[in-house]
Design a protein around this ligand. Structure first.
Ligand SMILES: [Zn+2]
Ligand SMILES: [Zn+2]
Length: 354
């Protein structure tokens, strides 16, 4: 993620800001330009200071304060390029639903920011009625015996249980599952990983190469998950998987690793935006600091990302421990996991996996 600047007053802005705290201009995100822009009213629509020749309106979802993205005024779409992927949203007359859905949308907009920056195709259901990417945000039915919503992906449909947006509930689940990391953004990136497995692996004839890296996905999926929940992963899962859940099945391995690739790209961009430089080790002998002189969305090769990433995680974990908090980065990147990340890097950048 980038830092942004108000075009009117130069104030530093964050992706989710709705208004410049300094000059009070309303703010909207322009996905084509990849920038947040101060806007000014212009005959019942808006003029964006970052794109003054066109006029815009806000996405319809802005009415719920769940989106700040702009739509060109001549577009037939009521929703922005993110919100047009929604199929079901919960009953927003219930305050808890609205609060949780807003959190889902914040995370989903961050997901799309990265997917757009990586130049990945994101057809909606209107554009691809069979496999277009679409989201359901749903709440469990009330009562002990009510229908429980399963977070997951199926043929382009990503379903998110709204409970995942409740911090206390999600932390309870994380602890019960023995996980070291569980976030809403992580869920969205992971489910998007399943979607892109269909698109970039299954539908492009790369399945044999996929199996060389991740194993044979034809093994029984429900049985594999049952086994994972009943017995847990193999003791040495860290030698070849990014998380214990990734060891459950090759599909989950791919999705977990995909999410991790997005974590790395997004976090590095923000570290670079702040000019953070970290030496690979802790003294001069370790060589020069990593110079943030590349775009993590287009780094050239995977090694460049990893060389910048590992010292950053070491530094931030060390800093956050000083505040008595748990690790910011509770993962170990084994050489095999790095090769899997390299496979995903090649898929995204349209190379033949090597
Ligand atoms: Zn301003
Ligand atoms: Zn929107």
């Amino acid at each position: 993620m980038k830092l942004f600047r108000c075009q009117h007053c130069e104030q530093v802005l964050y992706f989710e800001n709705r208004q410049c705290q300094n000059c009070l201009h309303r703010l909207g995100y322009l996905p084509a330009a990849g920038t947040l822009s101060a806007v000014e009213p212009d005959d019942r629509v808006w003029r964006a200071l970052a794109s003054p020749t066109r006029r815009y309106r806000f996405c319809d979802t802005a009415g719920y304060d769940a989106c700040n993205w702009l739509v060109p005024v001549d577009s037939p779409e009521a929703f922005c390029v993110v919100c047009r992927h929604n199929r079901i949203v919960p009953d927003l007359s219930l305050t808890d639903n609205l609060t949780r859905w807003r959190k889902c949308e914040l995370a989903k907009h961050r997901l799309f920011y990265t997917l757009i920056r990586l130049d990945l195709a994101l057809p909606s259901r209107a554009e691809d009625p069979r496999y277009g990417l679409v989201f359901d945000f749903r709440a469990d039915a009330p009562g002990a015996g009510g229908h429980r919503v399963m977070t997951g992906h199926q043929d382009g449909l990503i379903t998110i249980n709204l409970w995942e947006a409740d911090d206390a509930e999600r932390e309870k689940l994380r602890s019960a599952m023995g996980e070291t990391y569980r976030t809403l953004l992580g869920h969205l990136r992971q489910e998007a990983g399943h979607y892109f497995w269909d698109r970039l692996v299954r539908d492009t004839g790369r399945i044999e190469t996929f199996r060389e890296f991740f194993g044979d996905e034809r093994q029984d999926y429900p049985k594999a998950l049952q086994g994972h929940y009943a017995k847990g992963p193999a003791q040495d899962w860290q030698a070849s998987h990014i998380s214990s859940y990734a060891a459950a099945h090759p599909w989950e391995d791919f999705a977990e690793t995909w999410a991790h690739y997005l974590h790395i790209v997004d976090t590095l961009e923000m570290a670079f935006a702040f000019g953070i430089r970290v030496r690979p080790g802790i003294d001069e002998r370790s060589g020069p600091a990593i110079v943030p002189d590349f775009d993590p969305h287009d780094p050239g090769n995977m090694n460049r990302l990893i060389e910048a990433w590992l010292p950053l995680t070491f530094a931030v974990n060390s800093i956050i421990r000083c505040m008595g908090e748990s690790d910011f980065y509770p993962f170990v990147l084994s050489p095999r996991t790095v090769t899997k990340l390299g496979f995903i890097h090649a898929l995204i950048h349209q190379d033949r996996p090597t």
